[in-house]
Design a protein around this ligand. Structure first.
Ligand code: VG1
Ligand code: CO
Length: 543
């Protein structure tokens, strides 16, 4: 087989965002687009010669073709081995695990996560480093720099490989190992959780539904929940991954997982409901009649993780992204463990996990995970909840009531304004930034600002500074709002407005979330001028 060295020139629009490179699928399909980016990755990490990688994706449209290109390029760049999921499928947490299990030099994950899939929808490509986690900023910046200078890429002239059966095959001098995507991941879960206990709880009549949203967790949830744990057939909904996720957004929140939400709020609700996203790293948890915000879920898991065998020794600490509510901080303070606040994006947790400073991490966007891999992990969060429920033998609602009685409640919601023209979104942020120092002490819609700043993070392990990570405004009476621009959208700019209001342990915790937030919502609307600037009176999505 012959290596071709193809002359190329840089292509615009290859700047990695919150979670790798995410663009319209047709952009990825343009000649040379994938090739340039993959060559930039190899160049940025000092070449691929002699190296081993993991490759897999969420099965969306263009997944299979992109993987064939990556394999041919890895071979032509001198890689010795690539481990690839059968049929090109690997959930993000499973890919992270394989990188760690086999000690590879990194991996490439093909996904646009919760964004819809299809030829007119979204595609993505993310590089993970040898620790199994998303490349940190210095690596993504190096990759981006190489996308600006790349002038040729190497690719093997060969036909497509058959990735439908596990086993080893050769591509030039490189070995391609096709592996079952579920097996090693499932084995890892069995080391962390008490499968016997969960199995008994299910056999005794505990009911659940897991919505895989036509995405990659279908096969994982089938094998673990219906297979190993013996839940009845039909427990996993929408279990077969499809190229366009059944035409929906594979985003596990009350808006996009509405069918499951409706079931959970009905008379026919099972004891427990959950959903995961396109690439299997997010989770939504719902009890009978009660949605659990991801921020609360992180706090509950932090308070109860020791009930699962994998965490019986207790937690080193817990980290949350800045816009995530402070509910997990309250738990950490009470049980006397470290807590950290990081910028949005899982890559910022990597150093804390590697250094053993934290065990659990979470984001308000439905991401929760631990030091078992270096990504957030949807099915893991579901299993940890089930393990806790099997130990405590109470309902999800009882767990929450008990939690709020102990710690107080952080009412929480995120309001997204999608596809705002970029210059308007940027102007809104710039106007606000210019006024930040004057805000403290002023009142807006009856709320007095106690502090306002822009979040800048210094990594406690390597000292890297990441600035401009979102504007924070706190109000007297323990309310907070955060404003930031999304780094995963593919159309215009998404403005995210995060709202929270704390109610102490003695208060009544049965208020409707949006009502509990009305004060901070009106105040931040007045401060930011969001309605005037965007022409919108309502957000597009409230989660
Ligand atoms: C969003 C979320 C963030 C998450 C990121 C990737 O980013 O807010 O918390 O880490 O998606 O999630 P942004 O920049 O659009 O707010 V996923 O499931 O892609 O891996
Ligand atoms: Co995801």
């Amino acid at each position: 087989m012959k290596t071709e060295i193809v002359t190329t020139k840089p292509i615009e629009g290859q700047k990695p965002g919150t979670s790798g490179l995410r663009k319209k699928t047709r952009m990825f399909m343009a000649p040379g687009y994938v090739e340039n980016f993959v060559q930039a990755i190899f160049n940025a990490i000092g070449g691929a010669a002699g190296k081993t990688f993991v490759v897999g994706g969420d099965g969306r449209f263009f997944n299979a073709a992109a993987i064939q290109t990556i394999l041919r390029m890895a071979a032509a760049n001198g890689a010795v081995r690539v481990i690839v999921g059968q049929n090109g499928l690997l959930s993000t947490p499973a890919a992270s695990h394989l990188i760690r299990l086999h000690g590879t030099d990194g991996g490439m994950i093909l996904s646009a996560s919760h964004n819809p899939g299809g030829v007119d929808q979204d595609f993505g490509l993310k590089f993970n480093t040898a620790n199994g986690g998303p490349a940190p900023e210095n690596v993504t910046e190096a990759i981006f720099a190489h996308t600006r200078t790349v002038d040729s890429y190497r690719i093997l002239k060969s036909g497509d490989l058959d990735l439908s059966t596990p086993g080893a095959q050769s591509l030039g001098t490189m070995t391609v190992d096709v592996v079952d995507p579920v097996q090693d991941y499932q084995a890892l879960m069995e080391t962390l959780f008490d499968f016997d206990k969960i199995r008994k709880m299910l056999a005794n009549g505990f009911t659940l539904r897991f919505d895989a949203m036509h995405a990659v967790t279908g096969p994982y949830a089938k094998a673990v929940l219906e297979g190993a744990l013996g839940a009845p057939d039909g427990t996993v909904l929408n279990a077969i991954p499809s190229e366009d996720f059944g035409g929906g957004h594979p985003d596990p929140n009350p808006v996009w997982a509405k069918t499951l939400m409706d079931l959970m709020m009905s008379e026919a609700a099972p004891d427990f409901g959950a959903a995961s996203d396109g690439d299997g790293d997010r989770n939504m948890i719902v009890g009978r009649g009660l949605y659990i915000t991801p921020s609360d879920s992180l706090a509950v898991l932090a308070a109860n993780a020791h009930l699962a065998p994998g965490y019986a020794a207790g937690l080193a600490g817990v980290a949350r992204s800045m816009p995530t509510s402070r509910a997990s901080d309250r738990v950490a303070e009470r049980i006397g463990i470290r807590h950290y606040e990081t910028p949005t994006g899982w890559k910022f947790f990597g150093n804390l996990l590697d250094a053993g400073l934290v065990t659990l991490c979470g984001e308000e966007s439905a991401g929760t995970g631990s030091d078992h891999v270096r990504e957030k992990d949807g099915l893991w969060a579901v299993l940890l909840w089930l393990n806790i429920l099997a130990e405590r033998k109470v309902s999800v609602a009882e767990i929450m009531t008990d939690h709020w009685r102990t710690y107080g409640r952080d009412y929480y919601s995120r309001h997204d304004y999608e596809a705002v023209p970029s210059e308007i979104a940027e102007r809104l942020m710039a106007d606000l930034r210019a006024r930040l120092t004057d805000l403290a002490g002023q009142s807006f819609a009856g709320q007095t600002v106690s502090a306002a700043d822009e979040f800048s993070y210094t990594d406690p392990v390597d000292g890297t500074v990441s600035s401009n990570q979102g504007i924070r405004i706190t109000f007297e009476g323990d309310a907070r709002s955060v404003l930031r621009l999304s780094g995963t959208g593919t159309e215009g700019t998404t403005l995210r407005v995060y709202l929270e209001q704390y109610a102490p342990p003695s208060a009544d915790h049965k208020r409707h979330t949006q009502e509990a937030l009305i004060g901070v919502r009106n105040a931040v609307a007045e401060i930011s001028g969001v309605a005037t600037l965007t022409g919108r009176t309502q957000p597009d999505v409230m989660t």
